[in-house]
Design a protein around this ligand. Sequence first.
Ligand code: GSH
Length: 216
Amino acid sequence: MSIKILNAQLSPFSARVRLAVYAKGIDAEIVDAFGNTELEAELEKLNPMQKVPTLLHNGMALPESEVICEYLEDLGLGISLRPEDVAGRARMRLLSRIGDLYIMEPMTKLFGHINPKGRDQALVDRELAELDKGIRWLAFYLDGSPYAIGNRLSLADCTLAPMLYFYDQIGPMFGSVDPFAHVPTLGAYYRGLKNDPHVVRVLDELAVALRKVMGR
Ligand SMILES: N[C@@H](CCC(=O)N[C@@H](CS)C(=O)NCC(=O)O)C(=O)O
């Protein structure tokens, strides 16, 4: 049965799955769920979280971007995005986890306060400090390789590229001139990722979707 992914172009979690799909070179139908009455109803029925991405395959509706990416790997289709060695796989999962827990958690809270009007400054200060901790932890675990793990794109890059795109975008909105200035290893990693055509494709999609919501 074919693979279908309920998606939102601006979602960093959906972008993670799209990047994995593109880099693996597999066939999947990627459809925007929100704003489509039929798909919203399907999502509501199949996934109580009602979040995207949700993968539909073989009668199963699977939420959670990391779980979806691992499932795609386990299916054994296309190019593998898991390092060969056990330590590499552990580092891949560690980097993704830091991204999910310590970067996306505070960043998601900041999204609601981008507009300075009505901004809760105490919340912003607290979450910026949390975000900075996550960013420094991430930088600590990167080793200067072109990709998160060695010389090939892995699931860690699929997680991190969209997150770092948003980190780069929102930094200036909260007064940081260069959000990577204090973490040069991370800045170099993020800039280097833009040499990968699949990453470029996903970052371009995010930029288009962001311009749309910002009315630019
Ligand atoms: N931990 C989830 C997060 C998914 C998530 O938060 N998706 C957002 C879009 S970025 C969503 O669908 N929000 C709709 C809602 O919560 O109603 C994952 O990794 O997939």
